[in-house]
Write a protein that binds this ligand. Structure first.
Ligand code: PLP
Length: 396
């Protein structure tokens, strides 16, 4: 890519671009992780995380990818042979299910078409049938990064309450946290799983578990072997600002800065920005005459848009054209969507002009790759952004 000038456009749905402010915050000497300076940093990030997850309870930070945080949620709350309810929203729900099965969990995997989110009504019906309360947990992916569909976690919690079922609620917010409205305590989520490289705008390397009292109580009696992922091993030293092993010190500097950025903008403004950018992306896609994969408007993802290629055209060949000609990475279709969709990421540090640059790259790429479309999608996105900016300005 040496022929390209300027910045690479990283428009995949995570890892998302890391803001300069966060990069500068991490550009620090590594400090002694048993010093009081470190304890101060750790306490600040634990407190900041509580604000982002919207919880008064503990948030555990593992040096790990999101997959590690998935595993931590399972091994701390469940026992081999336990039954759980999961929903096939897409590739990531399928992978989490596979992991649960490897840990000896019996998964009731409700089939899905990869174009809709988890249905609160279907979950309610399943839980009502389970009068003996054999289901120990409901596990859902909030934002299915493979499809661009966001499930309604608040409605799922309400459905669980209507069924008066005691199952734990475990939620993957790996691509939603810090970009999409999410409320750990209010929605009575027991374990919220997340990671650093999406809404937190950090490099990969941190995995998170926010945990409820009920989850912590389950961890006291469950029968799953664990060591590295054990919550109690973490929580004891965390209370004093320390870790049981060497933490990812410089990522924590970055995390402190990223949390400050999110809170300075205001979480509600961050969520509104992502919704606005997502609406502009869909305006462009619709204008091009292409189809958004998500079929339920109430579930459109604010952080990425998956676009179906017209029949006879390969999404990966198109992505190669945008990469080689415009220095832009778009997300690929995963597993059964391979070659059929491309994904436009608009999460983390993304604004009107970055998005328009990305959409311009897509529109030029469609032309160059000979994909049939109607020119003018970028102008459609501009009109939507101008309208929304105008209505914001007049509301002030
Ligand atoms: N869950 C979701 C929704 C994801 O988008 C991803 C990664 O993109 C994962 C889980 C796995 O996270 P990681 O790749 O950090 O292990």
């Amino acid at each position: 890519m040496s022929q390209h000038q300027g910045r690479h456009f990283l428009q995949i749905p995570g890892p998302s671009p890391v803001p300069d402010r966060v990069l500068r915050a991490m550009d620090m000497p590594v400090i002694d992780h048993r010093s009081s300076a470190f304890a101060e940093l750790a306490k600040a990030v634990f407190h900041g995380c509580q604000q982002i997850f919207k919880t008064a309870g503990p948030v555990i930070i593992f040096p790990s990818s999101g997959t590690g945080a998935w595993e931590a949620a399972i091994v701390n709350t469940l026992s081999p042979g336990d039954k759980v309810l999961m929903v096939e929203t897409g590739h990531f729900a399928t992978l989490w299910r596979q992991m649960a099965a490897r840990w000896g969990i019996e998964v009731d995997f409700m089939p899905g078409d990869w174009r809709h989110g988890a249905s609160p009504a279907e979950i309610e019906a399943k839980l009502k049938q389970d009068t003996a309360h054999t289901i120990k947990a409901v596990m859902v992916v909030h934002n299915e990064t493979s499809t661009g569909v966001t499930s309604r976690v608040g409605d799922i919690r309400a459905a669980m309450d209507r069924a008066a079922h005691p199952a734990l609620l475990l939620v993957d917010t790996i691509s939603s946290l810090g970009s999409v409205d999410y409320r750990h305590d209010e929605w009575k989520v027991d374990v919220t799983v997340s990671c650093s490289q999406k809404g937190f705008m950090l490099p990969p390397g941190l995995g998170f578990n926010a945990i409820s009292d009920k989850a912590r109580a389950a961890a006291k009696t469950n029968k799953m072997p664990r060591s590295y992922w054990d919550w109690e091993e973490m929580l004891k030293p965390n209370a004093a600002g320390f870790f049981p092993y060497t933490p990812a010190t410089n990522l924590l500097y970055g995390l402190r800065e990223a949390i400050a950025m999110l809170l300075e903008e205001g979480l509600e403004n961050v969520f509104a920005r992502h919704k606005r950018l997502a609406a502009a992306t869909r305006a462009a896609v619709t204008h091009w005459g292409l189809e958004v994969l998500c079929q339920e408007p109430a579930e459109y993802s604010p952080v990425l848009t998956a676009v179906l290629m017209p029949p006879g055209h390969d999404a990966d060949a198109f992505r190669k054209v945008t990469l080689e000609n415009y220095n832009m990475s778009l997300g690929s279709g995963l597993s059964k969507l391979a070659g059929k969709v491309f994904r436009i990421g608009h999460l983390g540090e993304c604004n009107e002009l970055t998005l328009l640059g990305a959409l311009t790259g897509v529109e030029m790429g469609l032309s160059l790759a000979g994909v049939p479309h109607r020119a003018g999608g970028v102008a459609a996105a501009m009109s939507l952004l101008e309208e929304r900016t105008h209505s914001n300005a007049s509301a002030q």
